[in-house]
Design a protein around this ligand. Structure first.
Ligand SMILES: C[S@@+](CC[C@H](N)C(=O)[O-])C[C@H]1O[C@@H](n2cnc3c(N)ncnc32)[C@H](O)[C@@H]1O
Length: 247
């Protein structure tokens, strides 16, 4: 199956482009886009969103009752593992850095599995304007960029607008699943999500998911592996979407 809306990688790497709010705001992005040292072949497992990305409904093949999104999958370890563990679920990884997305899609293509896809886009904007209400069983956000400088804090994923954006797209009793090694950012996540009337932290489910092993939630990711080796404390959260009222 050839995906709609895909475009060649080379067009995104050439001449300087005007500001695109759908792309990563960081100056390190050009470096990150060159992480791969060999030619990727993402096949049809990569879609370049550009300025007018496709909707979720256009990206997901018919027949999947459960759709989950990972925001910022990096090299794609979690999505690749999850497509194996959850063959009846469709996993969409939305990655702002083209180089990472291409590498991740190449790895997914090599598995031969068709229940996953990577999209180059700004994950928060995609949730806000390309996803139908209650369309998702889960949103995964693992080791989101902490943007430690105070003047960059507005670029974090979990700012005050995040619960409203997540609550619209996650179905009743679905989950937002989060991991971070950054204590300061963890505090912000706990505050922002914990104060939302639409979500409730579910610590029991956090333990259940961890016990299920890789490819269900939280693990594996490249940053997790690196931080575990360094002995860093990792904080993990499962926020359950409370049922919508009928009113
Ligand atoms: C610190 S890395 C973590 C990667 C991966 N989750 C892991 O644990 O190995 C953060 C990733 O999020 C991506 N990212 C940052 N902001 C994003 C956004 N708004 N939408 C999609 N991806 C984003 C970055 O390009 C980067 O690949």
């Amino acid at each position: 199956m050839q995906p709609l809306y895909s475009s060649p990688m080379s067009t995104s790497e050439s001449a300087p482009k005007p500001h695109n709010p759908r792309m990563h705001q960081g100056g390190k992005l050009s470096f990150r886009s060159r992480v791969q040292d060999q030619q990727d072949d993402p096949g049809d497992r990569l879609v370049i969103g550009g300025e007018d990305p496709p909707t979720l409904a256009e990206l997901v093949p018919a027949g999947f009752a459960d759709v989950e999104i990972e925001i910022g999958p990096g090299k794609g370890a979690f999505v690749v593992a999850a497509t194996a563990q959850k063959p009846d679920t469709f996993l969409l990884g939305i990655e702002a850095a083209t180089g990472y997305a291409s590498l991740a899609a190449t790895r997914l293509r090599e598995t031969g599995r068709r229940n996953g896809l990577f999209l180059v886009d700004n994950g928060k904007l995609f949730l806000a304007d390309r996803v139908d209400q209650a369309a998702l069983a889960a949103v995964h956000v693992y080791f989101p960029d902490p943007w430690p400088k105070r003047r960059h804090r507005g670029r974090r994923f979990f700012t005050d607008d995040a619960p409203r954006i997540l609550a619209r797209v996650i179905r009743d009793h679905g989950y937002c699943l989060i991991a971070t090694d950054n204590a300061c950012y963890a505090g912000q996540i706990a505050r922002v999500m914990g104060h939302s009337a639409d979500f409730e932290r579910d610590e029991r489910h956090e333990q259940e998911l961890l016990a299920r092993g890789p490819g269900h939630a939280f693990t594996p990711t490249n940053f997790e592996r690196k931080y575990v080796e360094q002995g860093r404390v990792i904080r993990r959260y499962a926020f359950r979407r409370l049922p919508r009222s009928d009113a």
